[in-house]
Design a binder for this molecule. Structure first.
Ligand SMILES: Cc1cc2nc3c(=O)[nH]c(=O)nc-3n(C[C@H](O)[C@H](O)[C@H](O)COP(=O)(O)OP(=O)(O)OC[C@H]3O[C@@H](n4cnc5c(N)ncnc54)[C@H](O)[C@@H]3O)c2cc1C
Length: 397
């Protein structure tokens, strides 16, 4: 066969991908519970391996923390120790592969970070220097306000001589990313069920028979739980801290004024390709503001409360980003962070039933592609990838 015909045949084969369960994993049935960025990327990787996969969500893909995240992809200084930071570095590398695979371009313009108190600024630089001592790390430079202003002429850096420029960072349009993944996995033959809530597992010792859901029974050999803040409730066990809230505001499209992720004192933001500016805050909102912190509301209860927080955020932002006053806002959400007790990812099979796999973490936007790939491999090959050994659920038992 000449090269042209070979490529033609490959193209035809790829069109029929859903029907080609040609590999040795074809008999396995895996149900992934939770269609956030973690569950969706696991389902995507499983679908590439030809596994019979079902992805369920009690609401819809991206309806949990993933839909109200700031979406910063990074491997910066808060990710310690090295094992965790290294996983995040691999996350960046793997995102770049996915960009090509899914034809989903991401703008890798980096981030600029500084604080406004001398002490916290000293600590920031200390943390960055510690990161630079790791055997491998993403690119970080300390730049002054003159250089920073050439990158971001609309930001006032107030003569700051020590701004952290993390060149390898990016912001993900996660809503779009999830949509692309869901389309792709459906094409690959994954059964995606919305409004389908996990109830319990039917098993015989270590062997799983099926799971019960609000939409009936689903046959399964292995089950993956990627349920974000619902993890504790599902297992009736404390893996995660009480979730902490964060406000995410989206502006209407605005002329291009920001090129990078700006992590300034009190608020952080970036501008999407469509002109919308996405803003997050640092510590304005606390869980104690909600009477019953158990129901984790995704929105404020009234327009007037929304306005109160928008004004707070404007007042902080206008000190260094004057144009925040001209922005009109079209969406304000409250996101709830799934944070493991020790703040490190939880990845692995449960010792009391090794056909149950748990995947829960903060920073899942940064980690999802690499973690999704490794988890799929561990599930189908029944192996243990050494890089994940620092993050096993056994530490909670
Ligand atoms: C304000 C904010 C800012 C953040 N910023 C960043 C950032 O910049 N970078 C970063 O990397 N991370 C960030 N994070 C964290 C990141 O968003 C989360 O780690 C990530 O979204 C978790 O993804 P997940 O798939 O594990 O969980 P989720 O997205 O919460 O998905 C879990 C899914 O499980 C479903 N589910 C739950 N229970 C059941 C059940 N019984 N049956 C069926 N389905 C069920 C839910 O409906 C949900 O859709 C931020 C989070 C917040 C809140």
């Amino acid at each position: 066969m000449d090269r042209r015909n070979f490529l033609k045949t490959l193209a035809i084969l790829s069109l029929y991908a859903p029907f080609l369960r040609l590999n040795s994993f074809s008999n396995q049935r895996i149900v992934v519970i939770g269609a956030g960025i973690i569950g969706t990327t696991i389902a995507y990787e499983l679908s590439k391996l030809g596994v019979i996969t079902t992805l369920i969500d009690k609401k819809f893909p991206g309806s949990g923390s993933t839909g109200s995240s700031f979406n910063w992809i990074n491997a910066t200084y808060p990710k310690t120790p090295y094992a965790y930071n290294y996983l995040a570095q691999l996350g960046i590398t793997h995102f770049k592969k996915l960009e090509n695979e899914l034809d989903f371009p991401i703008k890798w313009n980096g981030s600029l970070e500084w604080t406004n108190s001398i002490n916290s600024q000293k600590n920031l630089i200390k943390d960055v220097n510690h990161l630079m001592d790791y055997p491998t790390h993403t690119r970080h430079n300390i730049i002054d306000y003159i250089q920073a202003s050439t990158y971001e002429p609309n930001i006032n850096f107030f003569g700051n001589e020590n701004i952290v420029f993390s060149e390898d960072d990016a912001a993900l349009n996660t809503d779009k990313f999830i949509q692309v993944l869901v389309d792709k996995i459906k094409f690959n033959g994954v059964n995606v069920l919305n409004n389908c809530e996990f109830k319990n597992i039917k098993s015989n010792k270590n062997k799983i028979l099926s799971i019960n859901t609000s939409q009936g029974e689903i046959q399964a050999d292995q089950v993956v739980f990627a349920c974000g803040i619902d993890t504790n409730k599902i297992f009736n066990k404390t893996f995660l801290k009480p979730p902490t809230p964060g406000i995410i505001i989206k502006s209407k499209p605005y002329k291009t004024v920001i090129n990078r992720i700006i992590y300034g004192p009190g608020i952080h933001f970036y501008q999407q390709e469509d002109g919308r500016i996405i803003i997050g805050e640092q510590g304005i909102l606390s869980a104690s503001e909600f009477k019953t912190s158990q129901n984790y509301p995704p929105r404020f209860k009234s327009k007037s409360v929304e306005l109160k927080y928008i004004n707070k955020i404007r007042n902080i932002g206008k000190k260094f980003f004057n144009q925040i006053n001209q922005l009109e806002f079209e969406e304000i959400k409250i996101g709830w962070r799934p944070i493991p007790l020790d703040e490190k990812p939880i990845l692995g099979r449960l010792s009391y039933n090794t056909n149950i796999y748990l995947a829960s973490m903060h920073s899942a936007i940064s980690l999802a592609p690499i973690v999704g790939k490794y988890i799929a491999k561990e599930l189908v090959e029944k192996t243990k990838i050494p890089l994940l050994n620092n993050f096993r659920p056994e530490r909670f038992f």
